[in-house]
Design a protein. Structure first.
Length: 196
């Protein structure tokens, strides 16, 4: 909300100050805010969004998948998990964009981590997707297929070298981080793969 109330110039300044900029993190360019440590942007970037659609899309995915993962981990562990996925997603983006001079912003990497945890813990759970047959119809599909399609889409855009301003590697890195971190961070009574 604070971002959306800013005039365009201030909005851009905010993304530069608090977004994760690879050349700034690598000390190739001075930090825009001297009092903010470079490492802090590995977290602050995840709380900024380009517009309302960007925010609402991330929150929709977090709403659909996040509550089950939070239940599987507990509140505090889920917070640590979410922030760790945000950091690892930013590191993935950095690794594949070493000379990037644009700010990485958005919760997509952290939310992708939640989706990665979901595919490991609840792959057989049914989620509703809107399929456009003649009119949009909600269809229940196993989470494995829906999330698998999402990951395939991210890999496709990386493979073709998409020029869209989307952090594909942050999505992939966040997703893989979620898979890796979910097993040790889940409660002991929560089985892997839905218990199957």
């Amino acid at each position: 909300m604070l971002q959306s109330l800013q005039p365009p110039a201030a909005f851009e300044e905010t993304t530069i100050y608090f977004g994760m900029i690879p050349i700034v993190v690598r000390d190739l360019y001075p930090a825009p805010l001297p009092w903010l440590p470079d490492w802090a942007t590995f977290i602050t970037y995840a709380f900024l969004h380009a517009d309302w659609l960007h925010l609402l899309t991330n929150m929709l995915f977090l709403w659909v998948f996040g509550d089950n993962i939070e239940d599987a981990m507990g509140h505090l562990r889920f917070l640590v998990f979410y922030l760790a996925c945000a950091v690892l997603a930013a590191l993935s983006h950095l690794l594949f964009n070493l000379d990037g001079n644009g700010p990485l912003i958005g919760a997509s990497g952290a939310v992708a981590g939640v989706m990665g945890a979901y595919i490991l813990l609840f792959p057989h759970a049914r989620v509703f997707v809107l399929a456009r047959i003649v009119i949009p119809v909600p269809l229940p599909v196993p989470a494995f297929w829906m999330l698998g399609f999402w990951v395939a889409t991210q890999l496709f855009y990386v493979a073709i070298g998409s020029e869209e301003p989307v952090a594909w590697w942050a999505h992939i890195g966040g997703f893989l981080s979620g898979i890796v971190l979910a097993a040790p961070m889940r409660r002991r009574d929560v089985p892997l793969l839905g218990g199957r």
